[in-house]
Design a protein around this ligand. Structure first.
Ligand SMILES: Nc1ncnc2c1ncn2[C@@H]1O[C@H](COP(=O)(O)OP(=O)(O)O)[C@@H](O)[C@H]1O
Ligand SMILES: [Mg+2]
Length: 269
């Protein structure tokens, strides 16, 4: 990059709109409606909102798993929708996703070590003994013990499975990691460990992270900035301290009240 090149955000979403043609009872559903955001390297942005407000649709559009009806998404300055399928696939190692349900995202017939080696192999990033060494190292970094790497997904706990999914997502050394409610399907007792692993990875690797949750307690713990969605639109956005200490929108307030209720219940009983 030359000195005159303007600095590009890691992720630049500009007036994005996602429409499902056959969604609701009356036809099309506008899942994401005119959403814009930017995310820089090394920052974590929380994306919050009630169920059905469009969080996962936005995440999937950012991952180029579904198309935009209008608007643009640039990753490291590049609009990947303009690339062919093969060229886009080659870029894929730079942006990865962790899904809510690790069971669904991990092939039940593959051993942990192979699940984590596979992306390295697919992208031609390692081969031979180096392949398994690197997969082992990443599994160790998410606290999967060395003597467990030959086990199959069903032989791990839910929290361990999600940590294997995280290892699989970060093994290609992406710049952008999108996490869609990565702890929502887990027991409360193991959620904290998975959040710790994600936070450590984000800090160690200086990742840009988009973190979807409906838990404002998790936002405060994990995120620098937060974006609140309602019915496909952004209704409030800003630094976490500003938004959570002085929420301006009723949706933000009700999400805060709900997560305070949960945490209070956790303490009381
Ligand atoms: N594949 C799909 N086909 C049709 N409608 C969908 C599809 N996926 C999501 N929707 C609809 O889009 C809206 C947003 O859903 P989603 O992005 O999953 O919200 P969230 O992740 O915030 O719960 C909802 O009304 C949902 O029913
Ligand atoms: Mg969702």
């Amino acid at each position: 990059m030359t000195a005159s090149t303007p600095r590009q955000p890691l992720l630049d979403v500009d007036h994005a709109r996602v429409v499902f043609p056959q969604g609701g009872p009356h036809g099309e559903v506008v899942a994401v409606d005119d959403v814009s955001l930017t995310l820089d390297t090394g920052r974590t942005m929380g994306l919050v909102g009630a169920s059905g407000c469009g969080k996962s649709s936005l995440a999937r559009a950012i991952m180029h798993l579904i198309p935009l009806a209008s608007g643009t998404i640039r990753i490291m300055g590049e609009d990947l929708s303009r690339l062919g399928r093969d060229a886009r696939r080659r870029k894929r190692r730079h942006f990865q996703m962790v899904f809510q349900d690790p069971g669904g995202s991990l092939d039940a017939r593959m051993r942990a070590i192979d699940l984590v080696s596979e992306p390295l192999q697919v992208h031609g990033l390692a081969s031979g003994p180096d392949l398994r060494d690197r997969a082992r190292a990443v599994l160790a970094s998410v606290d999967i013990p060395a003597d467990a790497v030959d086990r199959f997904p069903h032989q791990f706990s839910g929290g361990q499975r999600q940590r294997i999914a995280i290892a699989r997502a970060v093994v290609t050394e992406p710049s952008l990691l999108v996490c869609d409610e990565p702890t929502s399907a887990l027991d409360v007792s193991v959620q904290a460990q998975v959040l710790d692993v994600l936070r450590n990875i984000q800090q160690d690797r200086d990742l840009g992270m988009l973190f979807i949750t409906h838990d404002m307690g998790v936002v405060r713990q994990m995120c620098d900035d937060v974006l609140v969605m309602d019915a496909g639109r952004v209704v409030e956005a800003g630094p976490v301290d500003t938004v959570l200490d002085a929420p301006a929108h009723p949706v933000t307030r009700s999400l805060l009240a709900a997560s305070m209720g949960t945490h209070a219940m956790g303490v009381d009983g």
